[in-house]
Design a protein around this ligand. Sequence first.
Ligand code: ADP
Ligand code: MG
Length: 381
Amino acid sequence: MQTKIHNKFTELFGEGGQIYASAGRINLIGEHTDYNGGYVFPGAIDKCLMAEIKFNGTDRVRAYSIDIDEQVEFGLNEEDKPAQHWADYIFGVCRETIKRGGKVAGFDTVFAGNVPLGAGLSSSAALESCFAFAINEMNGNGLDSFELAKIGQSTEHNYCGVKCGIMDQFASCFGKKGSLIRLNCKTLEYKYFPFNPEGYRLVLIDTVVKHNLASSAYNKRRESCERAAAAIRKNHPEVEFLSDSKRVWLEEVRGEITEEDFLRAEYVIGEVQRVLDVCDALERGDYEIVGEMMYQTHFGMSKLYEVSCEELDWLAKLARKMDVTGCRVMGGGFGGCTINLIKEELYDAFINTAKIEYAKKFGHDCKVYDVVISDGAHRVC
Ligand code: ADP
Ligand code: MG
């Protein structure tokens, strides 16, 4: 990838520049916890967005995307927003850097990535974080990693129309090889935990479906959580978000909220605890417990939170049947990927069976992505 980028850069812009990269991410556990003030537990992966960048002595940016095979030029003022969606990510990062008092000198860039687009591995955060990091370093702006993550998040909000949380950009900016990061979404405190599953592999299976209930269902889930938290708060004023509640406090209000709201809240409170349990297990190197918690999350997302779908449940059931250590739906649900923790020796049999049987059952192929927990944003050379 680096050679391909460099060759194209030389062809378009002459002498080469500096090369930066930033990664996509997985979330091992902690789903639908972010807006409930709970934990998420992401890590950067060995699939990245890489860019060669060089100042061009002007106040304009010339960017070429190898994957889209298109070049765009834009200025750095608000009214210069490019028409191409992919270029908005780079324009947004420039604008958000300037809004934070950073300097952005005009530059030329060629970039490419191998994070699959729209598969739930956050290719967009990889793109934003790569440029946020590079622009910060090349211009000597001295913004810290949290600011860089927020630049990416604000880019999505203000220039790409996606009201996302901070997890993806956080993982991409803070990721470290062999570590997952537990992020408290309320306080933004974070802690690294070792993730070196020797003898196991992490693999994602992409259902390649996205059922379109996702956004209306998401809003309904949020409302359920807010109602449950409000009921609990009457007895326990310290409960700002649902994740602050204990399981027994939820039990106290069982008669006051609907059965549906109760189940949603039961999932969230359980999920926050599972993140903590997984962190403990990782400190002991107990990957079997990690896997068991992943299955419990899948059960909760499917039966209590009701954000799974037939394809995901089918994959999780097959994983259980074939002794995969852990499997759950990753991301918001209603499609996307399962994340699987699997012993090396079972890998080939499981992946082959999943591919063949999935195609038979659903009439189209699933996709498989192997991932290794790796470094986030960095300078390559
Ligand atoms: P994801 O879940 O992968 O983040 P998004 O829809 O949020 O999916 O972001 C995908 C968008 O990010 C693409 O449509 C494109 O505009 C931009 N993007 C990501 N990677 C690349 C790339 N390698 N080249 C060009 N654009 C990219
Ligand atoms: Mg995205």
